[in-house]
Design a protein around this ligand. Structure first.
Ligand code: ADP
Ligand code: MG
Length: 180
């Protein structure tokens, strides 16, 4: 049994100015997932890393599609199953979107650098599906997005999305706007 925490809560009650808390969003259709991606795009800038987790069919690529729309990049975002990464250049003067499917990336970041993406990662928005344990060394600052289906459900379109900002970049960013 652990001893109870001494001296009350670590943070003052009410609003914390520390790392942003998890934001939970319930999405009830693929279109809403896309819309969430479009909203997410407004929070992103060059150098940002977004890590998407969730089982096959959770909606990671669907979310990324909306993100690409929100960023205004060229080319349809599709499931990059047969390529590890795809670069979508901006149609305007924004950052390109680098969409990575790390599922078959075994060697972590080294392998990714070997891909010769012809784009500077620090100048891009990078979205990685299945990247856990593989791409964290890119930056300490990352936005983690976990997508869960309702338990035991295979037909429903309800998804629970949990967004967590990590590192200094996200300590002050207001991720809660995503829930609105
Ligand atoms: N709420 C939802 N959000 C996202 N996708 C959904 C949702 N409900 C049903 N779907 C369907 O689930 C599938 C998700 O596929 P995809 O985005 O490729 O998932 P992943 O990249 O996580 O494997 C799509 O066929 C989509 O139409
Ligand atoms: Mg996918």
């Amino acid at each position: 049994m652990e001893a109870p925490a001494a001296q009350g809560p670590a943070e003052p009650s009410g609003h914390s100015s520390g790392p942003s808390a998890d934001v939970e969003i319930t999405v009830t259709s693929p279109e809403q997932m896309r819309e969430l991606g479009r909203r997410l795009a407004k929070l992103l800038r060059a150098g940002d890393l977004v890590m998407l987790s969730g089982e096959l069919g959770a909606g990671k690529t669907t979310l990324t599609r909306g993100l690409g729309e929100g960023l205004g990049v060229r080319g349809a975002v599709t499931s990059p199953t047969f390529v590890i990464a795809r670069v979508h250049p901006s149609l305007g003067d924004g950052p390109p979107l680098v969409h990575v499917d790390a599922y078959r990336l075994s060697g972590g970041l080294d392998e990714m650098e070997d891909l010769d993406l012809d784009v500077s990662l620090p100048d891009s928005v990078i979205v990685v599906e299945w990247g856990e344990g593989k791409v964290e060394e890119l930056t300490e600052d990352r936005l983690r997005v976990r997508i869960d289906r309702a338990v035991g459900d295979t037909t429903d379109e309800v998804r629970h999305v949990t967004v967590t900002g990590l590192g200094e970049r996200w300590a002050t960013a207001d991720v809660s706007v995503l829930a609105g």
